[in-house]
Design a protein around this ligand. Structure first.
Ligand code: IMP
Ligand code: MG
Length: 184
């Protein structure tokens, strides 16, 4: 099995680019079907969701606009701090009457998406849903799991396909899971 090293950690291949491609298509179809006849405002959460978003929107067949927001939660560690440090990109955003789809790379505790959802509360959107490529059901502490979900994974730390470990690994086309410390 292919392993890689990032900083002090060792990772092993978990989900290949081919599996990702298939799942992204499936999720995009589900979204297109659910919003048939409507228009979407897509709100990807940077930085992690950039790759998933780029692949996903190519297969969403309803009219859409894109608006990127930046949230930071994790710091440089491998477990969720549960704290959102800042949120950027909500200025001059008017979502009144719009169907909003938040796009996330991975949902862990669920604090990030619930923070963003709360921040959008005053906007009077017609609907607000979440699409995530991956989620960790055992870590989730929110009320509702995202409406559109890709891979369910264990409570492990992953990198690749937009997701980072201390800012590294986002460019990897496949997803890798942490298997241990790098040997000296
Ligand atoms: P939550 O707020 O605990 O749900 O964490 C969600 C955010 O933390 C995501 O947007 C990711 O950026 C990051 N995150 C959560 N789990 C992982 C992981 O396993 N690897 C890399 N980033 C992660
Ligand atoms: Mg993120």
């Amino acid at each position: 099995m292919k392993t890689i090293h990032i900083h002090d950690l060792t990772f092993q291949l978990l989900i290949s680019r081919h599996e990702i491609e298939k799942e992204v298509l499936r999720v995009a179809k589900e979204i297109s079907h659910s919003y048939a006849g409507k228009e979407l405002v897509i709100l990807p959460i940077l930085k992690g969701a950039f790759m998933f978003t780029a692949d996903l929107v190519r297969h969403i067949s309803v009219p859409q606009t894109l608006h990127f927001v930046t949230l930071s939660t994790y710091g440089d560690g491998t477990s969720s701090t549960g704290k959102v440090n800042h949120i950027q990109g909500l200025e001059s955003l008017d979502l009144a009457g719009k169907h909003v789809l938040i796009v996330e790379d991975i949902v862990d505790s669920g604090f990030s998406i619930s923070f963003l959802q709360k921040s959008l509360h005053t906007q009077k959107a017609a609907s607000i849903e979440v699409a995530t490529l991956m989620y960790k059901p055992k870590a989730f502490q929110g009320e509702n799991l995202p409406r559109f979900k890709g891979f369910e994974i264990a409570n492990d730390f992953v990198v690749g396909y937009g997701m980072d470990y201390a800012q590294r690994g986002r460019e990897l086309p496949d997803v890798y899971v942490k298997v241990g410390e790098k040997e000296a």
